[in-house]
Each structure stands twice: as C-alpha cells, then as structure tokens.
Design a protein around this ligand. Structure first.
Ligand code: NAP
Length: 246
C-alpha cells in the first residue's frame, strides 16, 4: 500500500447503499474496510468485486450497535491498514409501526443501531484522525430525520439525532482537519424497500419530482463528494429526487 493511499471504513457495507459506497471508495483508489453484521457472503462478494477491479478491500464482521464491538472494529481496521481517513456510518435498520404499537425493543434496536453506533464509531475513529490531523466522516441519515414519517417515529428520531450529532462533531473537530457531514437519502432501491408492493412503489415515484426512486449509486456519489470537499462541514446533503423540497 502506497503511503498516500487513503483508508475508509464503511459500516453496513454487505449490501444496498453501503455496498455502493464501498465499491465507489475502492474504485477511487481508497483501501476499503467492508463492515457487516451477519451477511458474511454479501461482504465477501463486495470484497471480491473490489479485488477483481484491481482495488483493495477487506471484510470485517462487527455489530456496531455494541459499543465494545464498534470500538474493536475501528481499532482492528486502523491496525490492519495503518491509518483511517474516511468513516462512513451507514449501518441501519427499520422496525416500523405507529407509536402505540412500537415496543420498547423496536425503539432501542433502532436507536442503538442507527444512532448510538455512530457515536461509538466516531469516538473510536477520532483518535487516529486527530493524530493524522485529517478525517472525513459521513453519516447516512434520511429525509425521515428532516421531515418525519408516519410509522417511523423511532427511525426518524434516530436519523434526526444523527444530524444533530454530525453538526456538533463538525464544530468540535474542524480545527483538527476533520469534517463531519451527513447525507439524507429519500427512497432508494435496496432491500430496505423490498416489502413495498408495485402500487406502493408507483405512488412513491409519483410523489418524487424526479419521478423515480433513487439508486444506491446516487447516494454513493453524494458521499464521495463530501469526502472530497475540504471546505464543507456540518452539512446535510439531501439525495431524494426532490421529495422533501419545502
Ligand atoms: P439494507 O439494504 O438493509 O442494508 C443494511 C446494511 O446495514 C447491511 O449491510 C447490514 O449488514 C448492515 N447492518 C445492519 N445492522 C448492523 C449492525 N448492527 N452492525 C453492522 N452492520 C449492520 O439497507 P440500505 O437501504 O442499504 O440502508 C443503508 C443506510 O441508508 C441505512 O442507514 C438506512 O437507514 C439509510 N437509508 C436508506 C434509505 C432507503 O430507501 N433504502 C433511505 C434513507 C436512508 P448485515 O446484512 O450483514 O446484517
């Protein structure tokens, strides 16, 4: 690995948006750590795709909702590659339901996976980034964190929390060369939308000014931009085809 080569950790990169982000990083010449929780086969497929195109990637299993596992993940990636430049907090889940039907477990699972994990990973990644005086953190939020969504109060709360966390992080660490930004995707074609029927999809597409759901690569483009923008920090880049235009 050349000295100038950047190193990225993408959480939840075994499929969907995280997979597209990891492939984009690797295509741009970044050595990429592909985190997954359960889908070892998916993560191995991402690593294989990167290697076949001449890039460098490795898979790392960890449940980022577990503080010790998240800390160990960051430490292992840093040890393996010798540095850590880009952190993309992408791992996320949904447990949807109207508020009276949400269980305590639905609430804590979503808050732990989608919000607390971001704190754990950033806390651990700041150590090497501060030493390097360089870091790019991008958190994958959602338009639900900006405008809310019926049936997703837990998810929206986690994503809104992620946005407040990102802005605070940006203010805390700007003087050390570390930027922190978020992307807020709208409807993106991944397993997370697999439960939608064709008619639900058609209705959604109709509500989107650009008339289609997004592709994982649309989000990867935005994430890549934020990792390459030294004068942008504390920003939330909405990637939703115009869905949340106010
Ligand atoms: P997805 O296809 O369901 O993939 C989720 C990824 O997160 C998987 O790689 C999964 O790994 C990983 N993951 C889940 N829990 C984890 C944990 N505790 N530790 C480590 N990895 C974990 O989801 P997606 O649609 O690509 O969504 C990715 C991100 O974008 C999420 O944060 C989501 O909230 C956000 N987002 C998505 C949409 C959309 O329309 N799809 C819209 C707005 C925002 P395993 O499979 O190995 O468990």
């Amino acid at each position: 690995m050349s000295e100038a080569k950047r190193v990225a950790l993408v959480t939840g990169a075994s499929r969907g948006i995280g997979r597209a982000i990891a492939l984009r990083m690797a295509r741009e010449g970044v050595a990429t750590a592909v985190n997954y929780r359960g889908d070892a086969q998916g993560a191995a497929g991402v690593v294989e795709a990167v290697r076949q195109s001449g890039g460098e990637a490795e898979a790392f299993q960890a449940d980022v909702a577990d503080p010790r596992a998240a800390e160990a993940l960051v430490a292992t990636v840093h040890e393996r590659f010798g540095r850590l430049d880009l952190l993309v907090n992408n791992a996320g889940i949904t447990r949807d339901g109207l508020v009276p039907r949400l269980s305590h477990a639905d609430w804590t699972a979503v808050l732990d996976t989608n919000l607390a994990s971001v704190f754990y990973c950033c806390k651990a990644a700041l150590r090497p980034m501060v030493r390097q005086r360089f870091g790019r953190i991008v958190n994958v939020a959602s338009v639900a964190g900006l405008i809310g969504n019926a049936g997703q109060a837990n998810y929206s709360a986690a994503k809104a929390g992620m946005i407040g966390f990102t802005k605070s992080l940006a203010k805390e660490w700007a003087s050390r060369g570390i930027t922190a930004n978020a992307v807020a995707p709208g409807f993106i074609e991944t397993d997370l939308l697999a439960a939608m029927t064709e008619s639900q999809r058609a209705k959604v597409a109709e509500a989107i000014p650009l008339q289609r759901v997004g592709a994982p690569d649309d989000v990867a483009d935005a994430v890549w931009f934020l990792t390459q923008a030294p004068y942008v920090t504390g920003h939330v880049l909405v990637v939703d085809g115009g869905l949340a235009i106010q």
